[in-house]
Design a protein around this ligand. Structure first.
Ligand SMILES: [Zn+2]
Ligand SMILES: [Zn+2]
Length: 565
C-alpha cells in the first residue's frame, strides 16, 4: 500500500466501495474498509453485455494482499465467479460462507474455469487469424478447484469474528441453497470511545413461499442497509397461476408433438422445477396422463451435481420439503426424470422424435448445452421454450424474450418459430413488495439504504417506493464509488487511494453531509490524485491526471455544497 503523505485520514470513516452490481445485476463485489480491517463482500463475475464482461479482465481496483477476508453471500457466479481470479492474484485469506454454498461452489468454480478456458481457446483462434496476440484465460479449471480451499464454512444464525473489530451473523436469504443475508457489526473508535455500527447486506433476497427454500430471515434492524433491487419495480405472478400456466404450456406442447425446452439456472431453479414437476406427478399418480409418460431430461452436468448437493443439504429445506422426506418421498426425484451425463447422451436427445421436456443450463442461454437445444427447437413451430428466470440485457435469452424472429447460435442463423413463454413467478428474487415487506419487518429501520443489483430504471423506481413507504433516504450505488458511512472515527489510508483509476472517475459520496465531510472528501481526492501522480511516467501523464482531478474536484465540491445547503 502506498503511504500517502498528508493523507493521515484522521477524520476518515468506515466506507464501502462498490466494485460491481452498481446499476446492473451482475458483478457483485463490495470493499468494506474499517479503521483496522479491509474485507470484501462477494467477488462476482460481470455478465451480459460485452462492455460489462470486459470488466472481468480489468485488474482488481485494490491491493489483493491488503484484504483481510471475504464474506460470501451465495454461490451464484455473479457473486462468486471472480474468486479464482482473486486467488490467482495472490489472495489466500479465509472466505466465510455457508456449508451449502461451499459445496455448490466446489462444482461451480471449476466449471466456470472450464468455460474460461474454452472461451480463451476460441478467442485465441480468432486472434491468431487476425494476427493479434492471444489473451490469457481469466482463470483455469484447476484455479477453480484450488480456490475452493479458501472456504471457511459457517453456520446460519451463529456469530463469528473474522477480525477483532468485525462480527458477523449469516441469516438464511431464501434465495438459493446456502444463500445468506449478512449482518455485520463494526467497532470503531469515535474519538471518545468505541462505537459499533451495523451494516446489513441483503445479498440476493428470496421469494416467500418458494418450494424447498425457507422464506428470507427477518432482520431486527440496522444502521445501514445495502439491498438488491433486481425486481424492485415489479410484482411477480402469484405462484398458483404460475404453476398452472407452466403445466398448461407443457401439456399443449406435448399434445402437439413438440418438445419443451426450459433454460434454467443449474442451481436452484432447476431443482425448483424438478420439485414442481414432482408435485404435479403426485397429483396425477393414478391417471396415465401424457404428463406422466413424458420423459424429463435434466441435461446439464452441473444441474445434476447440484441436485446431489441439494439432496445432501436437506437441513436447509423448508417445512414442506422436509415433510415429503419424512413421508419417504424424495421431493427431487420421480420415475420419468433422467439426468444425462455425456455429451453423446445430450446430442441423442436431439435425434429422437419422442416429445420430451429438456431442462438445461445456462439459464440466460449464453453458454452451455442449452444452446444446442435451442438450435434444434427454436425453428420448430411445435416446440416451446419456457423462460423461468431473469434474462439480463445482452444475453441470447433476453433477445428471445424480447421477441427476436431470428437469432445467431454457433454462428448459424436460426429462425424463431417456437412458442416463447415467460413465467416470471419462478423467481429466486423477492419482488417489489417482497423487498419492501422485508425492510418493513425491521424493527429498527436503517438510516440509509444503498441500492445495488438492479437495472438503472428499476433501481430508480425502487428508490422512489422506499421513499414513499418509509421516508428513508436512499442512495443508488455507482460503479467504483466509495461511500463514507456515519460515525466519527479515525482510520488509516484508504485502499482506494492506491487505486490506479483507469477509465472510470473515482466517485466519493458522503452519506451524512456536513462541512467536515467536504473537507474529508477533498482530502481523500487529493490523496488519490497524489497516488496517481506517483505512478505517472511522463510529464504529459502528470498533466492529464491533474486535468482530470481538476474536473472531479470541481464536480465533487459542487455536489457537496449542494447537499450541505
Ligand atoms: Zn443470486
Ligand atoms: Zn445476483
Amino acid at each position: 500500500m502506498l503511504n500517502i503523505e498528508g493523507l493521515k485520514m484522521e477524520d476518515c470513516r468506515m466506507r464501502i466501495t462498490f466494485m460491481g452490481a452498481a446499476e446492473t445485476v451482475t458483478g457483485s463485489c463490495y470493499l468494506v474498509e474499517t479503521e483496522q480491517t479491509s474485507f470484501l463482500v462477494d467477488c462476482g463475475m460481470h455478465q451480459g453485455r460485452e462492455a460489462e464482461t470486459r470488466l472481468n479482465h480489468v485488474p482488481f481496483p485494490f491491493d489483493v494482499n491488503q484484504i483481510d477476508f471475504m464474506l460470501l453471500t451465495h454461490a451464484h457466479i455473479d457473486h462468486s465467479g471472480r474468486i479464482p481470479k482473486l486467488f490467482v492474484d495472490g489472495f489466500d485469506k479465509d472466505i466465510y460462507t455457508t456449508k451449502a454454498t461451499a459445496e455448490l461452489l466446489a462444482i461451480m468454480l471449476p466449471d466456470s474455469g472450464h468455460i474460461q478456458e474454452m472461451e480463451y481457446e476460441w478467442q485465441s483462434r480468432k486472434n491468431t487469424r487476425a494476427d493479434k496476440p492471444a489473451e490469457e484465460p481469466l482463470y483455469t479449471m484447476q484455479d477453480g478447484i484450488d480456490a475452493c480451499r479458501l472456504f471457511k464454512r459457517v453456520l446460519y444464525d451463529t456469530e463469528f469474528r473474522p477480525a477483532p473489530d468485525v462480527r458477523v451473523i449469516m441469516r438464511d436469504a431464501g434465495h438459493i441453497l446456502g444463500s445468506a443475508i449478512l449482518e455485520i457489526w463494526i467497532t470503531e473508535d469515535n474519538g471518545s470511545g468505541k462505537e459499533e455500527t451495523k451494516i446489513v447486506f441483503s445479498g440476493d433476497l428470496g421469494n416467500k413461499g418458494v418450494p424447498i427454500m425457507r422464506d428470507p430471515a427477518i432482520i431486527d434492524g440496522t444502521d445501514y442497509l445495502v439491498i438488491e433491487s433486481t425486481y424492485g419495480d415489479r410484482l411477480h405472478e402469484n405462484s398458483v397461476n404460475k404453476v398452472e400456466k407452466f403445466v398448461k404450456i407443457i401439456n399443449e406442447t406435448i399434445a402437439g408433438g413438440g418438445n419443451v425446452v426450459i433454460p434454467s439456472f443449474a442451481i436452484g431453479r432447476t431443482q425448483e422445477i424438478i420439485y414442481e414437476l414432482n408435485r404435479e406427478e403426485e397429483k396425477y399418480k393414478d391417471e396415465r396422463s401424457a404428463f406422466m409418460r413424458t420423459p424429463v431430461y435434466v441435461d446439464s452436468p452441473m444441474a445434476t451435481n447440484a441436485t446431489r448437493v441439494f439432496r445432501e443439504n436437506e437441513d436447509c429445506f423448508d417445512e414442506e420439503a422436509r415433510q415429503y422426506i419424512s413421508n419417504g418421498d424424495n421431493p427431487l426425484d420421480f420415475p420419468n426424470l433422467h439426468f444425462t451425463a455425456s455429451a453423446e447422451e445430450s446430442k441423442a436427445l436431439n435425434m429422437s422424435q419422442e416429445s420430451k421436456i429438456i431442462i438445461s443450463a445456462s439459464g440466460m442461454c449464453d453458454a452451455g448445452r442449452i444452446k444446442h437445444h435451442l438450435k434444434h427447437n427454436l425453428w420448430r413451430k411445435d416446440s416451446s421454450v419456457i423462460f423461468v428466470g431473469y434474462q439480463a440485457a445482452g444475453t441470447l435469452g433476453r433477445k428471445l424474450v424480447d421477441g427476436a424472429d431470428k437469432v445467431r447460435i454457433f454462428n448459424e442463423e436460426i429462425a424463431v418459430k417456437a412458442r416463447i413463454e415467460v413465467i416470471e413467478g419462478f423467481s429466486g428474487h423477492a419482488d417489489r413488495d417482497g423487498l419492501l415487506d422485508w425492510i418493513g419487518a425491521m424493527q429498527e429501520k436503517p438510516v440509509k439504504i444503498m441500492l445495488v443489483h438492479g437495472e438503472p430504471e428499476v433501481i430508480a423506481r425502487f428508490a422512489g417506493s422506499i421513499d414513499e413507504k418509509f421516508g428513508i433516504e436512499t442512495h443508488i450505488a455507482k460503479l467504483d464509488e466509495t461511500v463514507i458511512l456515519g460515525g466519527q472515527v479515525t482510520r488509516r489510508a484508504a485502499v482506494s487511494a492506491t487505486r490506479k483509476i483507469m477509465d472510470a472517475e473515482p466517485l466519493i459520496t458522503v452519506l451524512d453531509s456536513s462541512v467536515d465531510d467536504l473537507e474529508r472528501t477533498l482530502k481523500i481526492l487529493t490523496g488519490q490524485c497524489k497516488a496517481e501522480l506517483e505512478t505517472a511516467e511522463t510529464p504529459s501523464d502528470r498533466a492529464s491526471i491533474l486535468a482530470r482531478y481538476k474536473v472531479i474536484l470541481q464536480k465533487e465540491t459542487d455536489k457537496l455544497f449542494e447537499k450541505i445547503h
